[in-house]
Design a protein around this ligand. Sequence first.
Ligand SMILES: [Zn+2]
Length: 454
Amino acid sequence: MKIYKLIFWILLGTTNALFSQIKVQQIVSHEEHSETEHAGPTVCLGPAERIAVQERINKAVRDMKNDGLLDRVFPQNQRAMPPLLQWPLRQSDKFNDPGYYAISNYVDLDPTLNNVLDYNGLNQTYDGHNGIDIRVWPYWWKKMDDSHVEVVAAADGIIIFKQDGFNDQSCSFNGNSWNAVFLLHADGSITWYGHLKQNSTTVKDSGDVVTVGEYLGVVGSSGNSTNPHLHLECYDNLGNRVEPFAGPSNPTTANSWWANQLPYYDTGVNKIATHFAAPVTPSCPGIETPNEKDYFLPRDSIFFTASIRHSLTADSARVQAIQPNGVVSTLLNTTYQRTGSFFTRSVQPLWGRKLPNNAMAGKWTFRVTYYSQTYGTSITNHTFWVAQPCTPNLALGGIHNVNNYFQASNSITSNAEINLGVHVVYDAENYTILGGGFIAPTGSKLEIKTTGCN
Ligand SMILES: [Zn+2]
């Protein structure tokens, strides 16, 4: 009996010791973004709707050509060749993330059933796919809700027709109609832009001219779609479907239709961020909650994410938290190397940490240094703050000679002087008063917020 008890206490002690060791080391937790891909019978456009769209395009284009519209709109010297396409997406002017999309699927160039072949001789497509799918990412539903990513004309053109008003919350092959815009270009080639957000399409309509880069709509998930993405489909002036990416397995065009063709593996970092809790992804079509936060207190939990597109296991990322004094913190200083399949369209590793008691107050940097086979080394920085502890009212004076984040649940009054090159944030929930002694010379930075101690 005594021996059993002794063993029990030894075991318990070992477990506790292990547990506290794990806590002390703040072990890395990798939470890979779960993949939601087109699969099985999913197609971006059902057969019946495809026939209807084609008939409508054929008739409208015939009428436009008979009417001489192309001759009137485009000079003769543009009429001989298909235009070089510009990228069909951009961020709305409210956003400036390092990246915001990832190519999901190219055209399936193998006409036989149950076999796929993309332009590069591989399988980044699905059976019978006639276009290019470009997902918006990370947080695709939030991006749609925020109208974050806009679809723009890939070349000068005339709107053949557009359709709008259809539900944009599709999560599966459902036979619904999509919101879409169809453009006719100078030489008679055609581009399709499908799955747009409901009621987002341009005010222009059939017969109106659009210039390259002009707004056509917002990326959504209308029609046969599993998540918000753009379906881009291209045809030459004879009505042949074209895969615009030139490559060894693409018989549809010898030359790229792109002004700047992206690499097949378009590896990069779309966004890095700090969070007070892990991002939440509800079931489709729920809008994601990123739980992002940029200011913390000592002892707060802090989560770091890097949203990586076209991740290859051959690539790697150095992830570091850098203290206000420029020293890399032991809080986060590790290398991310994904395991599993060689290629993933989008992945979001996450690291959970707890800021120590003595975390240095001031402006920190979360830095991701990405080593990619495609693009070489790139560095992405994100600023976060360890703030001064919250008080109701804060009276500041003297000189701010280091970056600092001051927060108050009611007010901040400052007669301080900010030194050159110093960045200071005043965050008082009700009001901030800058007194007569306050000076912020050129070269310093003052931010005033009203979130307070939230
Ligand atoms: Zn598609």
